[in-house]
Design a protein around this ligand. Structure first.
Ligand code: MG
Length: 357
């Protein structure tokens, strides 16, 4: 798989940001995170596989295998080579695949996409009625943070979802006020409101449901409306509740039925869904799909969204184009490393390293 051509220094790029071989405290913290998440993964995996005896048997075997791997890693950090959050995610996906568990959160993703499609016309009408471009940009960014709360990989947001109390408008109203813990909105605003517009944006999205439908699609739609060619890259393979490429295309087509901005943008290829090649909630940008690498060539804006892609694997990665990293912090360890608190939000904007733009 090719390297993302936008990486500023592929030779020194490292998506395995926390070296758990060198940091036992981090290792035990993260192994606990994965252990504590397993009952929910099992529950959803059984449902998604049809709730049969065979499904239960395969899910139990998967969980036992993954638990054994985690026990091994607790005792011997380098048992499977280097160790990072991304590496443990990869091991989990490997266990799921070996037991033919295709997509443990498929039923929830479908249900959430449907529910959010009903809310989207209202959200778009509210955005389209905004006359102040600064207010519009801030509302779009806050909308992304609110959508990113739909994350079934983090304990706090998983509990909120399962309690049935996750309401998009309510969540959006409660996003922490500015200044955020990383707050480059002013810098972004300068670029956003200035000519020239970005010619081509590569946008790596995170979760299904509110995240992509009510957060990222409105942001991409606004970019496309202003004339930027936007590629929306989603995981090729399922991972937690991340939106997949196979689901993203039909979702955009559904939106095109009631929204002419998205309809025109899809027709004119100002919005194009694309498969990233990824199979994890984090992303190693040294190994992306051929399509993503080809489409990214010449992009002057990269957006990385979600804790996994924007922080856990790429927070310090530098790129040759303007880069926007957007995420809500949903793990204590991630919060600590950023001197932040839980549910703080990150809006990091880094202008292109070269001044080709
Ligand atoms: Mg995710």
């Amino acid at each position: 798989m090719p390297t993302l051509p936008l990486l500023a220094s592929p030779a020194t790029y490292n998506p395995h940001t926390i070296d758990m071989v060198a940091d036992p405290e981090a290792r035990h913290y993260w192994i606990d995170v994965f252990v504590n998440h397993l009952p929910s993964l099992k529950r959803h995996a059984i449902i998604s596989e049809g709730d049969t005896d065979d499904a239960r048997r395969r899910v139990d075997a998967m969980a036992a295998q993954f638990s054994r791997m985690l026990d091994t890693l607790r005792a011997k950090a380098d048992a499977f080579g280097h160790l990072s959050i991304l590496r443990i995610c990869e091991l989990r996906e490997q266990c799921l695949r070996e037991h033919h568990i295709a997509d443990p959160y498929s039923h929830i993703k479908l249900m959430e996409n449907e529910a959010c499609l009903k809310l989207l016309p209202g959200v778009l009408a509210e955005l389209d009625a905004m006359r102040d471009p600064r207010k519009l940009l801030e509302t779009l960014i806050v909308g992304v943070f609110a959508g990113n709360v739909f994350d079934l990989g983090a304990a706090g947001t998983l509990a909120l979802y399962e309690s049935g109390k996750m309401d998009y408008h309510d969540v959006r109203a409660k996003i922490k006020p500015r200044p955020w813990v990383v707050d480059d909105l002013g810098l972004l605003e300068g670029r956003w409101l200035d000519e020239p517009l970005w010619k081509k944006a590569m946008v790596l999205v995170d979760n299904a449901g509110a995240d992509v439908v009510l957060g990222m699609i409105p942001l991409c739609r606004e970019l496309a409306k202003r004339g930027t060619q936007v590629f929306i890259a989603a995981n090729t393979y399922p991972s937690l509740n991340d939106i997949t490429f196979d689901a993203l295309g039909p979702l955009l087509e559904r939106i095109a039925v009631f929204d002419e901005v998205v309809r025109d943008a899809l027709r004119d290829r100002r919005i194009t869904p694309i498969a990233s090649g990824n199979d994890a909630p984090l992303i190693d940008l040294r190994h992306v799909s051929e399509e993503l690498a080809a489409a990214a060539r010449g992009a002057d804006l990269l957006i990385l969204e979600g804790m996994g892609r924007a922080i856990e694997s790429n927070f310090d990665a530098a790129f040759t184009c303007d880069t926007l990293k957007l995420a809500m912090i949903k793990e204590k360890h991630v919060a600590q490393t950023l001197h932040a608190e839980m549910y703080d939000v990150v809006c990091r904007f880094e202008p292109a390293l070269s001044d080709e733009r």
